[in-house]
Design a protein around this ligand. Structure first.
Ligand code: GRF
Length: 202
């Protein structure tokens, strides 16, 4: 299955996918990495791994529609069958999601539907939750609202700050994102409306 990744920044989730792919445990072909940020570390990581990387800078387009159209065309040229968002900081428009003829997945650093949007770990700490975590979900037309594929919890300790909690969550992000993608590629994920069923043993 041909997969592409969109990422805006550090790219540690991209790196975990690259590592598993190169280690033979992620049965996809990573055919492209796109970014809206020319300085994204994700682009460097892609280049190092020999994956075609391309920047789509928002300032080079007159509007969101033409920006997204260029990305959609690039994904089509690549023959993408799965689009993986890994810290992509722009919300894809409903029109993008409708036009994408392949699943689009995302990872979010909270236990959705709690704390969608930016600074999820800070939101969780400020709310005072005792358990936090991350979510892999299909992307729909809303913001972090799509059907949930996998979630993993981590404890929140009294002495936590945003950095310590983010680090603990990120560690499990790097485990569940490749796992979710494996399950999708192996046809173990069935989506019916909001409900996603995982068939691990069939
Ligand atoms: C991660 O916390 C991810 O859950 C969120 O953005 C962050 C990206 O981190 N969507 P990285 O660029 O993968 O290191």
């Amino acid at each position: 299955m041909k997969a592409a990744v969109l990422a805006s920044g550090r790219g540690s989730n991209l790196q975990s996918l690259i590592d598993e792919w190169q280690g033979g445990s992620l049965p996809v072909e990573l055919v492209g990495v796109g970014s809206d940020n020319i300085n994204a570390q994700a682009l460097v990581r892609a280049a190092k791994a020999g994956i075609p990387a391309r920047a789509f800078l928002r300032e080079n387009y007159s509007d969101k529609e033409s920006h997204e159209l260029d990305i959609l065309n690039w994904l089509e040229e690549l023959g993408v069958e799965l689009l993986i968002l890994a810290g992509y900081m722009r919300v894809l428009s409903p029109s993008f999601i409708r036009q994408a003829e392949y699943p689009v997945v995302n990872i979010h650093p909270s236990l959705l539907p709690a704390f969608p949007g930016l600074h999820a770990q800070k939101q969780a700490l400020e709310y005072g939750v005792k358990v936090a975590g991350c979510t892999v979900h299909f992307v729909d037309e809303g913001m972090d609202t799509g059907p949930i594929i996998l979630q993993q919890t981590v404890p929140v300790f009294d002495e936590d700050n945003v950095d310590t909690l983010s680090e603990r969550i990120l560690k499990v992000e790097h485990e569940i994102y490749p796992e979710a993608i494996r399950l999708i590629v192996f046809g173990k994920v069935k989506r019916e409306g909001r409900k996603v069923t995982i068939y691990r043993h069939s």
